[in-house]
Write a protein that binds this ligand. Sequence first.
Ligand SMILES: [Zn+2]
Length: 306
Amino acid sequence: MKRKLLIGLGVLLALVVAAVLVGLSARSIPETSRFAIDVDAWRALADSPPGARPIELRVLQVATNRVPQVAAIEGGAFGEHFDMRGYAFEIRWADGRTVVVDPINDAESMGETFPEATWDAAAWDEMQQAMRVADAIIVTHEHFDHMNGLTNSPHFDDVIDKAVLTRVQVEADTYLTGVDARIRGRVKPLDYTGIHALRRGLVLIEAPSHTLGSQMIYVRLADDSEFLMVGDIAWNLANIARPATRPRAVEWAMGELGDNTAHWLRALHDLARQHPEVHQIVAHDKETVEPLIAKGLVGQGFAAAR
Ligand SMILES: [Zn+2]
C-alpha cells in the first residue's frame, strides 16, 4: 500500500515537472509569417480620409508594475523582473482634435491584480482630462489594464460616447477584459476587417492574437514620421527583436491565440529590419518608448489637458 502510494506520488511529481517544463517552454517562431505587412498599403490608407495628418504623438506614464522575466519571454531569467509600464498615448491634430489610446486602469483594479504596482494619481487625472476633450478613445485590446481608465472613469457619461471599440473587443468573452455591462450597453461597436482608416494618419490593423480583440495602431504624422503601436502582442522589445514568445503557461492562462502571436512576432521582427523608419511601440516597454522621447519623436505628457 505504502509502495503504491509512493509510486502514485512519483507519477504525480513527474507529471507536475513535465507540466512546468512544457509551461515554461514556448512555441517556436515561424520562419515566415502568414500575416503580410504592407506598409505602403497602410500609408495609402492613412492618407485616404480628408483633412491633414496628425502633428504629434504623446505618451503619459500612469503606472509601473513588476513582472517576472520568466513570464514575459521564453528563457527569461528566474528571479529577474522587468518594469511593465502603463502607458497611455495621445495623437494630436493641428486643429486641436485628439485621440486617446489605451486609457490605463484605475488604482483599485490595478491594486487588485498587481499589488506591487506604483500608480500615479496626477497622471491618471491628466489622462482623464485629456479623455474629456478627446475626439475619440481607442484601445489596442480589451484587457482591463488598457481600458479601465474608460470603464471606471469618474467622467464616464462625458467620455463613453467617444469610445471607438471594435465589435470583437466589446463582445468577446476575454479573460481580464475591461468591458462591462455599462460599456456593452453604451458603445456602438466598430466593424472592420483587415485594416481601417479611423482618421487621416491613423489606421487600425486587425490582429487577433494576445486577445481576440487585439489590433495594432499605425500613426503617420504630418512630418512623415511613422509609429506602430503593437499593444501587448509583445510585452518586451525582446519578444520582437529575438524574436520569442511568452511561455506556453502564460498563453494558456491568458487564453491567448498563441499561434497568431508567434506569426505576428515574426512579421514585426521582419518589419523592424525592412522598415526601421516605422517606430514600433510595445505598450508596456520603456525600451521602445524612452528612446522616442529622447529623440523628440514622441512628446511626454498629454497636451490636451493643458
Ligand atoms: Zn497590458
